[in-house]
Ligand binder design. Structure first.
Ligand code: MN
Length: 424
């Protein structure tokens, strides 16, 4: 075969709930809710258009146990389209769709091979000259290096390893099935098709070790284009092309309001900033607007969050083409002369001291050695282990401190509006 084309995707998380998806009238929330499916449809039609020889799905195809059979029916329908086009598919399951997590099942079309969770399994495609090695997760938290048990390369074939893994732990994801680059290299494979890390990463060029990233972002920490990796082998030599499949693009839009003095001025800047964010190729956007900088409007913006949020939502209906949902408007502005102090003997000073005490409490809690008070880090990892990190924001110490600073500023503004002269 002159040229072998393999489409490698991972972390499709089909039917994953979109974090923070708050509906408001005329916002494209239904489209956003369906985005993981739309992205998979795009993947499948691209595979057919490009006449790829093989599709690899490297774990977390599902977000967890299906709410009902529709999730499974949808996936089977997509695999069946590939079957009609004579394109085989190999799947390994990851932490989200480990054998133990899936309580409902459907038979897969004959083109689809699910690699075993009991031991490493090799699937040979003789007519393609390809061997695919891999192992699915039996349970959610696999803590051993699964790659250790993979067989050595089968000389003469193109060898591909599939693995759902946090890699060497340096990429900051849940520490499942860790492995090492020397360990992967030692197998002599031509390509490693990894999954689990949701950001596209080429971990190594020789051999090529790749995280394609997830197919569709699911919350504001998964910004930018998302897609899959098209690998073309010519004489065992892989070359990589990253394709984009996300239907909804998550983006942060920072608006510098330095020196603005009116709400109109502020909204003109928001509109400009939104226009610069859209137009990166997607048709639907989920955008967090972050207002920043020193401005006289700071107090007004902070005291009327609902109005500001809806002014920005209103702007977003008229950006020329793209459908935009405003996830959140975060106000991080400060008064021009620096922070209004919560100081002195009066009520303002008293509130300031309470907030300072809270900050001390947080740092005490973070370092707690009292057995009755688990340290914050332990609580956080428990929450992550329970799958909570996908559902809720787990705040770090620095973020808690920032939240307290924000509270201080808002209180100072509100007290300022009332007149601090009463505090005597
Ligand atoms: Mn995963």
């Amino acid at each position: 075969m002159d040229e072998l084309r393999v489409l490698h995707a991972a972390d499709l998380h089909i039917d994953s709930p979109m974090h923070g998806l708050v509906a408001y009238d005329e916002a494209p929330v239904d489209e956003i809710r369906a985005a993981t499916r739309t992205a998979m449809r795009s993947l499948v039609s691209e595979a057919i258009d490009r006449q790829v020889h093989l599709v690899l799905l490297a774990g977390d195809l599902y977000d967890g146990s299906w709410r009902d059979y529709n999730t499974g029916l949808f996936v089977v329908s997509q695999l069946a389209e590939l079957h009609d086009a004579n394109i085989p598919v190999v799947i390994v399951y990851g932490n989200h769709d480990a054998e133990s997590q899936l309580t409902k099942r459907l038979r897969l079309p004959p083109n689809t091979t699910r690699l075993s969770s009991d031991r490493p399994e090799t699937h040979l495609f003789s007519e393609l000259g390809v061997a695919v090695h891999g192992q699915s997760y039996a349970t959610r938290a696999i803590e051993v290096d699964l790659s250790l048990g993979y067989p050595s390369a089968d000389r003469g074939l193109v060898n591909i390893g599939m693995l759902h893994t946090c890699f060497d732990g340096s990429l900051g994801h849940d520490p499942y099935a860790p492995c090492t680059l020397p360990g992967l290299q030692s197998k002599g494979y031509d390509y490693w098709a990894l999954g689990h890390v949701h950001t596209h990463r080429v971990v190594s060029e020789d051999p090529m070790v790749v995280f394609p990233g997830n197919l569709q972002g699911r919350h504001i920490r998964e910004t930018g284009p998302k897609g899959a990796s098209l690998v073309t082998f010519v004489d065992h030599e892989p070359s990589l092309e990253q394709l984009t499949f996300d239907h909804v693009r998550w983006e942060r839009c920072r608006v510098d309001l330095t020196g603005t003095t009116s709400l109109d001025e502020c909204l003109v800047l928001c509109r400009e900033a939104l226009l610069s964010v859209i137009g990166t190729g997607a048709t639907t956007y989920a955008i967090r607007v972050e207002l920043d900088g020193p401005t006289n409007l700071s107090g007004l913006l902070r005291s009327k969050p609902e109005q500001i949020t809806n002014e920005v939502r209103a702007l977003a209906f008229d950006l020329g083409g793209a459908d935009v949902w405003i996830e959140k408007v975060k106000t991080g502005t400060v008064p021009p002369s620096g922070r209004t102090a919560l100081e002195g003997e009066g009520v303002a000073g008293e509130i300031g001291r309470v907030l300072d005490d809270l900050k001390v409490d947080v740092s005490t809690l973070a370092a707690s050695e009292d057995p009755r008070i688990p340290p914050l880090s332990a609580l956080r990892s428990q929450l992550r282990a329970a799958g909570g990190a996908d559902q809720v924001d787990v705040l770090g110490d620095a973020e808690i401190a920032t939240a307290l600073d924000d509270a201080a500023e808002l209180l100072a503004t509100l007290l300022g509006a009332e007149g601090t002269d009463h505090a005597n």
